[in-house]
Design a protein around this ligand. Structure first.
Ligand SMILES: Cc1cc2nc3c(=O)[nH]c(=O)nc-3n(C[C@H](O)[C@H](O)[C@H](O)COP(=O)(O)OP(=O)(O)OC[C@H]3O[C@@H](n4cnc5c(N)ncnc54)[C@H](O)[C@@H]3O)c2cc1C
Length: 494
């Protein structure tokens, strides 16, 4: 893998030319309007500014809410703040890592006591598997318990665990191609092309279950551990695509991290650093292509003229009107109901005698008998006072919550239109929604939905815009102006 910062400092030679798509006749530096201030929209702004100092004029970001970050959001419950949406990053999520460095943010890794938290798989009647929990704060004791748990997991799932890791490692290694330098990495006009180039496309044509059976995993591992993970990370079963499944499994790896104080600070920082005009509380209602320009009309009754428009939000549940109309494949979003509770779990619900016997992470298998996908302890304040996060596919009413929890001092419920409902084979929307300059970052979400995949798609969209503006497939010359010397060290250690 290349050191991207070195690569980006190179003067890149155009190897192929494409037809430049005219923007507007008066200005050579068009206004870019971005709909959505999540990691996707903020990354587009960041990469446009980083890759070109002159080709782009004003950048406007429109956000319908009063805060930036989208699905990166925090929730405050009983005075404590937690990630409400996207919470974990993989150690090889290099854009997120580099944003964190560039923006002087701090990496948060779970303390050892948290990462070794006890875990159980619940089927609605019994725990089919349960690890030991450490009752001591002594590091030596915790290490013994951790070792014993590794043995327990190996006894239950055997060598299939190694096959699962190998499946995930291969996928992650293919994904790392997206950090290669410009001289070896093309600009992609379609998601299909982007996935085929990295060797990931075939994984989107088959289900995770098919892929894992072919990889030699046991039925028990797939029905239990893998199912638990896909239910936690995507709220879905093992019939999701192989690629979404591999990404979901990678989200249970060692070394996961988050941004201290909230992942959304990445979007805040990128927007602050990218000379952006931010329009908060301003929802884009329509996008009309009139006389070679996009006219964006917003809920504030205002109109904006933009040479380039980037949609950086899933269009599936939105009512933005496009003129002329656009055509994208139908896609359903998976809703994930996230319920935060400050209180105490009820051990009797799990047929257990005490709270300490209930695993700190309760995962579940596919069965209609369980109303939730997972319950995890976010923080133990005292023995009888904890913060929990519950994921479920349907809303949990108070009567149900009162069965699962014996004490509920505060409850916060969020209904997320969380990610695509994955299926195989996936069909992808275009990155370029018309033949002009209307782009769609979230076309890539059918491959996998994560903060990093949004950033990777956004980086490609920024390159696509610049290459189509200039008519060149590669950019010439490009030098990062705003990053520090080591900002793009893709070998950064956490
Ligand atoms: C519960 C949950 C848990 C998750 N866990 C993880 C995780 O642990 N790790 C991980 O990497 N990913 C996780 N994800 C996925 C991750 O959050 C997303 O893939 C990623 O944040 C998508 O970013 P985005 O910028 O593409 O879209 P979004 O974050 O959805 O941003 C789109 C923005 O556009 C705005 N918008 C929409 N329509 C308009 C309009 N008409 N006008 C103006 N603004 C508009 C929205 O308000 C929003 O702010 C999780 C998601 C959820 C919901």
């Amino acid at each position: 893998m290349k050191n991207l910062h070195l690569v980006l400092s190179l003067i890149l030679i155009s190897t192929a030319t494409a037809t430049a798509v005219a923007v507007d006749s008066e200005s050579s530096s068009p206004t870019v309007c971005i709909i959505g201030s999540g990691i996707g929209g903020s990354s587009v702004a960041h990469f446009l500014r980083s890759y070109s100092s002159s080709a782009i004029g004003t950048i406007r970001i429109f956000e319908r809410h009063d805060v930036v970050g989208g699905r990166m959001a925090t929730v405050t419950i009983a005075g404590e703040t937690f990630e409400a949406g996207a919470s974990i990053l993989h150690p090889k999520n290099y854009h997120a890592l580099n944003y964190t460095k560039y923006l002087n943010l701090s990496v948060r890794q779970p303390p050892p006591s948290e990462s070794d938290s006890s875990f159980g798989i619940w089927n609605g009647r019994d725990f089919v598997f349960k690890t030991l929990s450490s009752t001591s704060n002594l590091p030596i004791f915790q290490r013994v318990v951790s070792f014993a748990n590794s043995v327990l997991i190996f006894f239950r799932y055997g060598f299939s665990l190694f096959r699962m890791n190998s499946f995930v490692d291969t996928t992650v290694n293919n994904f790392l191609k997206y950090y290669e330098g410009f001289e070896s990495r093309p600009v992609f006009e379609t998601v299909d092309e982007m996935l085929k180039w990295s060797g990931l496309y075939n994984l989107t044509t088959r289900t995770l279950q098919e892929e894992l059976l072919d990889a030699g995993l046991s039925a028990r591992l797939i029905q239990e551990l893998v199912t638990v993970i896909t239910r936690i990370n995507y709220g879905q079963s093992i019939s999701i695509s192989g690629l979404a499944g591999a990404v979901s499994l990678a989200g249970s790896a060692q070394g996961l991290w988050s941004v201290e104080g909230g992942n959304r600070q990445m979007a805040v920082g990128l927007i602050n650093q990218s000379d952006v005009k931010l329009h908060l509380n301003e929802e884009v209602e329509s996008v009309s292509f009139i006389e070679q320009k996009y006219q964006l009309n917003t809920t504030k009754g205002k109109s904006y003229s933009c040479g380039i428009t980037v949609v950086a939000t899933p269009l599936d549940e939105l009512k933005i009107q496009f003129l002329p109309g656009i055509s994208i494949p139908e896609r359903k979003l998976q809703h994930t109901y996230t319920t935060f509770i400050r209180g105490l779990i009820n051990p009797a619900y799990f047929a257990l005698g005490s709270v300490s016997e209930v695993p700190q992470l309760v995962g579940t298998v596919e069965t209609p008998d369980v109303p939730f996908s997972s319950i995890s302890v976010l923080k133990q304040h005292k023995d009888n006072d904890m913060s929990y996060k519950v994921f479920s596919r349907r809303p949990l009413d108070d009567a149900m919550l009162d069965q699962i929890f014996s004490v509920r001092n505060e409850t916060v419920k969020i209904d997320w239109a969380a990610y695509p409902h994955y299926h195989a084979p996936e069909v992808f929307a275009p990155f370029i929604l018309d033949s002009q300059h209307l782009y769609y970052v979230n076309a890539f979400e059918n491959a996998a939905s994560t903060m990093e995949t949004s950033a990777v798609a956004a980086e490609n969209i920024a390159r696509l815009i610049l290459s189509r503006l200039t008519g060149q497939k590669s950019l010439t010359p490009v030098k990062l102006k705003s990053f520090g010397d080591d900002a793009y060290d893709v070998h950064a250690d956490l």
